[in-house]
Design a protein around this ligand. Structure first.
Ligand code: PEP
Length: 254
């Protein structure tokens, strides 16, 4: 059991799954498994169209609502995009810089930095994803790669509130190839040290999560590490009973 002075965080990233009826059904089931858990911070990020319709369900729950992405601009001619302003009354968090956005939609660290700033300006907590591709991992260059991501994202940003960083090695996502917890702890420890040298973090509530094939079978291997403050869950968050088990295990483990 880890002696923490704060509670662990679990983020569910539903990606592009579930129409409204399926999302509502999943929320009701997940709440029945773990809405009573108060010692774990629980954030669900459904597809954006489901955020406002689900808001009333979340209002009286122990869960928070988050977005999976936002546009960095406050308004304008950006067809198909959604600004923080449009969501800020409904969400507390937003994932930005997920590797799928970086790889499929060519998002750069610069864009992610602008998104982080837009969120922080609106008092929404950014959940900023970083992580290396397989070739970088194989060359043993992960620390340099992630430090560079952190440098490019954070150099221009004032940090004095709450931020969450999700370390998600790209090769560990969605393919049942979870990263070794000791390796993750090492990378996160080095990333925290790097960020502390880069920025004054005295007034910042900084959390580091791990994401990549997390399940009820391996979650405690990560959350029991000293510097891993929680998990970001993709596939397993679409299964109410499995997601409930993940939350309950962290809750029982302290
Ligand atoms: C993710 O896509 O952010 C993720 C962690 O997915 P999975 O849990 O399916 O690996």
């Amino acid at each position: 059991m880890k002696n923490k002075s704060y509670i662990s965080t679990v983020v569910a990233n539903w990606k592009m799954h579930n129409d409204f009826n399926a999302a509502l059904d999943l929320v009701i089931k997940i709440f029945s498994y773990c809405n009573m858990v108060k010692n774990v911070e629980k954030i669900i990020c459904p597809p954006v169209v489901n955020i406002i319709p689900l808001y009333d369900q979340f209002k009286n729950s122990t869960f928070s609502l988050g977005a999976q992405n936002i546009n960095e601009n406050s308004k304008g001619s950006f067809t198909g995009e959604i600004s923080v302003n449009m969501l800020k009354n409904y969400i507390s968090h937003a994932i930005i810089g997920h590797s799928e956005r970086r790889v499929i939609f060519n998002e750069s660290n610069h864009t992610i930095s602008l998104k982080a700033k837009a969120l922080l300006d609106n008092k929404i907590v950014p959940i900023i994803c970083v992580g290396e591709p397989i070739d970088v991992y194989k060359k043993n260059k992960s620390v340099d790669f992630i430090n560079n991501q952190l440098f490019e994202i954070f150099s221009e940003i004032q940090l004095n509130s709450e931020i969450v960083i999700a370390y998600e090695p790209i090769w560990s996502i969605g393919n049942k190839n979870p990263a070794d917890p000791i390796y993750v702890e090492k990378i996160i420890t080095k990333s925290k040290d790097f960020l502390c040298t880069l920025k004054h973090l005295r007034n910042t509530n900084l959390k580091f999560l791990y994401g990549g094939s997390v399940s009820s079978k391996n979650v405690l291997d990560y959350t029991n590490q000293k510097n891993i403050d929680g998990v970001l869950v993709g596939s397993a968050s679409l299964d109410a009973s499995e997601f409930g088990k993940i939350v309950l295990q962290i809750s029982k483990n302290g």
